[in-house]
Design a protein around this ligand. Sequence first.
Ligand code: NAD
Ligand code: GLY
Length: 357
Amino acid sequence: MHTLYVELEERSYPIYIGRDLFAGSDLLSRHIHGRQVAIVSNETVAPLYVQRIRDALGEVDLVSEIVLPDGEQFKTMQTLQLLFDRLLQEGHNRGTTLVAAGGGVVGDIAGFAAASYQRGVNFVQVPTTLLAQVDSSVGGKTGVNHPLGKNMIGAFHQPRCVLIDTDTLHTLPGRELAAGLAEVIKYGLIGDEPFYRWLHEHMAKLLARDQAALAEAIERSCANKAAVVASDEREGGIRAILNLGHTFGHAIETAQGYGEWLHGEAVAAGMCLALRLSAERGWVPEVEVTALRQLLQSMALPTAPPPELAAGKFLELMARDKKVVDGQLRLVLLRGIGEAVIVSDVSSAELMQLLQN
Ligand code: NAD
Ligand code: GLY
């Protein structure tokens, strides 16, 4: 097992990465400080992994198992209300700990519930998708979608620990694995060129679920994310680079009403658009745009937005992005591979031309 830390002074916490982390270990129980626990999962993940989490809780007086419907379309205020109903009905007090067991949807909803239930309770992340293991479980962004915009309602609330049992990836569908790898590629592109080159070399092994390659990719992704979060917890500045491709990606997800393309798929198409813009500014050679597209295609990931999404609608949705400041859209581009920059001078005309092409 390897342990990394997200260094945030009194809110610092460990990320444990390894195989079979629950059986006979106190890794989870040492982060449960009260006598009450609510395991929040969904109908797909609960039958697979909740029992082993229950067995690793240690001595507690109350354990609730709250099983949410599965899917991005359920990352809503309505689902959050169901969660609050259960916590109140079953008598959870301010000393309770929520354990989020699932992908990014479960983690984001449970994290937001933990941020706001009785003005804030502890929570632990047990991510079971690759995307959640390398991204959403680390850094304390929590929330739900609104029909008018992705992740529009939420809070920053850091977990007590992140427990990444890489064995959970055995049951993950291949399409979900590839979507998670899109976020892994993001870390290489924004700040770690050697990692990016390594990913090109090892993609076949990663897609074949080679344990050593996956563990390496997860660890390097988490290390990259932890460093960015430690330097800018609340996204006052540099943390925005973690959103490479996301302004485009969120617009795609919102246009589709959530759940058609996976988050990682929308991000893959968004990263291609961001790289294209970077190349047009002469910051990135054309060969890199082609290389990224080929890599994503080899993973069966999209490299362009859905053709039915009209450029005008796309721009309208992008204008609602959380990174818009004083009416000016800010985008993450690359000045080179491994060197992200945040720009606010991309004109509507430039974007329109990009999207129409
Ligand atoms: P997801 O949570 O919908 O999980 C994908 C699917 O895999 C679901 O059907 C789930 O039930 C299933 N699943 C989960 N673990 C499994 C396992 N081990 N075996 C079999 N099936 C399993 O999607 P996701 O890609 O994990 O997360 C996407 C969400 O994360 C989006 O809502 C996105 O906005 C959010 N996100 C948040 C952050 C953040 O910083 N908070 C960062 C990136 C993404
Ligand atoms: N996934 C973007 C962030 O955590 O900031």
